[in-house]
Design a protein around this ligand. Structure first.
Ligand SMILES: NC(=O)c1ccc[n+]([C@@H]2O[C@H](COP(=O)([O-])OP(=O)(O)OC[C@H]3O[C@@H](n4cnc5c(N)ncnc54)[C@H](OP(=O)(O)O)[C@@H]3O)[C@@H](O)[C@H]2O)c1
Length: 342
């Protein structure tokens, strides 16, 4: 049922010599100037046209309204604002209904929990996302646990964490799915590859670890207490940076020919930059994702996919077979063009 994404994609055809280089056990870089910059926007556009839009239209036709996400933003945070801007722009091109609930940084925990509770019971809301980080006086775990499992489009509630840790497809953190989506879009072979993830958060590092293990990668995970970070990152066939420190990853920390996915969102001298020093690292890589334009748009596509999955699952009632079919349909982060599937 799954249609290969390469079938109508000239960009990818132009990458075929490089893909061949990646397919064997040894990765090599024939020529530095051949580095492929992974285009997250192109992936997002294609995924929107071929999967998300038709699915949205189908949903509206069946249920008379659009799938709806409510994002809760407490206080202000530049990285969250940037993410929300990208998300709103993308959602507005789809027929997805997205509302941002801006709450004061001084809101108390009980009021926030009550707000979530009323959204949990609103049959016109399909997905709820609480933008992290939250102010210190609020227990983020308690807040996330209060989101009902079926509306938890960030895949962070205990039931969803249990599912992705056991490789059961359901709602998985969108940023982690976005990393996998980029790797799959560029047909980077994963099995047996040594992947090093820098960052062990619940929204990126840990779910990426589980998704990559499922793809039979060998995975190392690094964090702030890792000694001699470069010694680990230099081993990576595939390096994923998810830290939040501008230009932490420099050229001397990257193996020649490696694939580098930069998840970081940082502001440096008023400019949006990643965790990877793109300018100097690029020439050492076979593939590299830029910031902006790499992991960000892929994440937003996956969030939209999660919202559709959540909305469609909630409409299936007790139909287990249909639920399983839907989870299968959305689990591959790749472009499945049969929009009548399930
Ligand atoms: N592209 C997107 O769509 C998207 C989405 C979400 C987040 N982001 C961005 O991704 C980055 C990571 O987000 P997050 O929520 O995962 O951040 P987080 O919760 O702050 O986690 C950061 C991780 O980096 C580790 N770390 C910190 N300093 C380090 C160092 N010097 N060396 C090695 N590891 C270090 C931390 O280690 P410890 O565990 O030891 O503290 C932690 O595991 C941020 O820039 C965020 O804005 C991007």
């Amino acid at each position: 049922m799954s249609q290969n994404i390469l079938d109508k994609n000239p960009l990818i055809y132009s990458c075929i010599p490089r893909i061949t280089a990646m397919c064997g056990d040894v990765m090599f870089l024939p020529n530095d100037s051949d580095t492929i910059v992974m285009n997250g926007r192109k992936f997002a556009d294609e995924y929107a046209e071929r999967v998300l839009k038709p699915r949205c239209i189908g949903f509206k036709g069946k249920y008379g309204r659009l799938p709806k996400l409510v994002t809760i933003l407490v206080g202000e945070n530049p990285a969250s604002e940037s993410y929300l801007r990208i998300k709103s722009r993308f959602f507005s091109t789809l027929c997805l209904d997205s509302e941002v609930l801006r709450l004061s940084k001084d809101i108390n925990e009980r009021d926030l929990l009550n707000t979530i509770n009323s959204l949990n019971n609103n049959s016109n809301v399909d997905g709820i996302l609480v933008q992290l980080p939250l102010p210190r006086h609020i227990d983020a775990d308690k807040v996330i646990e209060s989101i009902s499992i079926e509306r938890d489009v960030e895949g962070l509630s205990p039931g969803n964490v249990h599912a992705w840790a056991k490789a059961i497809p359901n709602l998985v953190p969108a940023t982690a799915l976005g990393v996998l989506a980029l790797l799959k879009y560029y047909e980077i072979s994963l099995e047996g590859k040594h992947t090093v993830i820098v960052g062990r958060s619940m929204i990126v590092g840990k779910p990426v670890l589980h998704l990559l293990l499922k793809e039979n990668c060998t995975v190392t995970i690094c964090h702030s207490r890792t000694k001699q970070l470069g010694r680990h990152t230099r081993q990576a066939d595939i390096l994923i940076a998810a830290v939040g420190k501008a230009h932490l990853i420099t050229a001397d920390m990257v193996k020649k020919g490696a694939v580098v996915v930069d998840v970081g969102v940082n502001f440096l001298d008023g400019k949006l930059v990643g965790d990877v020093d793109f300018k100097t690292v690029k020439s050492k890589t076979s593939y590299i994702s830029p910031v902006p334009g790499g992991s960000g748009p892929a994440t937003v596509s996956m969030l939209a996919g999660n919202l559709l999955l959540a909305a469609e699952l909630q409409k299936t009632g007790d139909n287990k077979e249909q639920k399983e079919c839907l989870r299968d349909y959305y689990k591959n982060y790749t472009i499945v063009t049969d929009t009548n599937y399930c």
